[in-house]
Design a protein around this ligand. Structure first.
Ligand code: GRF
Length: 197
C-alpha cells in the first residue's frame, strides 16, 4: 500500500524529544506524515535529531531581526518554502505572530505540558505544581494569536505524586505527551481538523 504522506514542518526550542518521537513515527510504513524541515529559534540541542534523520533544519533567531514582525516574516518564509500542510510546535517557546498565523490558518498545532485552560504560558508544569493540583497533564491545541488559548484537540491526565518536582512531573507528562502528539498529528493527516464543538 502506498501512503501519501502529508508534509509537516516542526518548530522546536529545546531538547526535541517530541520531535524525535515524530521523526521515529515517520519512519513507519503506515505513517501519514513526513517531517520536511525543522525550524528552531535558538541553537536547540534537538536539532541533532533533524541532523541524524537527514532533515533540513534552520535556526531563525529573534535577535537577528529588527523586530518581531520581521522575525515572523522570515519564519513564515522558511516554513512556506517547504509547502507543509501543518506546522507542529513541539516545545517551541515563543509566541508566533500574524505572518506565520496567516500563512497557516487552522494548520498549526502546539503541545503544552498542563491541562489547559489551566496553567498556560511557559511554566505550565511549575505553575500547576505550585498551585497544588493533584492531576495535571498534557494538551494538544490548535494555535491562535493568544498564549495557549487555541481550541483543544486532545488532552491526557497525569497524576501528580506527593514528592514530585518540576523535573519529575514534567518527565512523566512528556512520556504521555510524545505519543499523544504523534497520534493527534496522525489523525489530522488522515481525517483533517476535527469539527468545532
Ligand atoms: C514539552 O513538554 C513541551 O510541551 C514544552 O516543552 C517541552 C519540550 O520538550 N513546551 P522537548 O524539547 O520536545 O523534549
Amino acid at each position: 500500500m502506498t501512503v501519501t504522506r502529508t508534509p509537516v514542518v516542526v518548530f522546536i526550542s529545546g531538547s526535541g524529544s517530541n520531535l524525535h518521537a515524530l521523526l521515529e513515527d515517520s519512519r513507519k510504513p503506515d505513517c501519514p506524515f513526513r517531517v520536511c524541515a525543522v525550524v528552531a529559534d535558538v541553537a536547540a540541542p534537538g536539532l541533532a535529531h533533524a541532523e541524524a534523520h537527514g532533515i533540513p533544519h534552520h535556526v531563525v533567531r529573534l535577535a537577528d531581526f529588527p523586530d518581531r514582525e520581521a522575525w515572523n516574516r522570515e519564519l513564515a518564509r522558511v516554513a512556506t518554502s517547504y509547502a507543509p500542510t501543518y506546522l507542529v510546535l513541539a516545545g517551541f517557546m515563543r509566541l508566533l505572530g500574524a505572518p506565520v498565523l496567516e500563512a497557516f490558518p487552522d494548520k498549526i498545532i502546539n503541545t503544552h505540558p498542563a491541562l489547559l485552560p489551566s496553567f498556560p504560558g511557559p511554566h505550565g508544569v511549575r505553575d500547576a505544581l505550585a498551585y497544588g493540583v493533584k492531576v495535571s497533564g498534557v494538551s494538544v491545541i490548535m494555535v491562535d494569536a493568544g498564549v495557549d488559548t487555541g481550541r483543544i484537540i486532545a488532552q491526557e491526565a497525569v497524576t501528580v505524586a506527593d514528592d514530585d518536582t518540576v523535573e519529575t512531573l514534567h518527565e512523566r507528562i512528556k512520556e504521555r505527551e510524545r505519543p499523544l502528539l504523534v497520534s493527534v498529528l496522525r489523525s489530522l493527516c488522515e481525517q483533517g481538523v476535527p469539527a468545532a464543538p
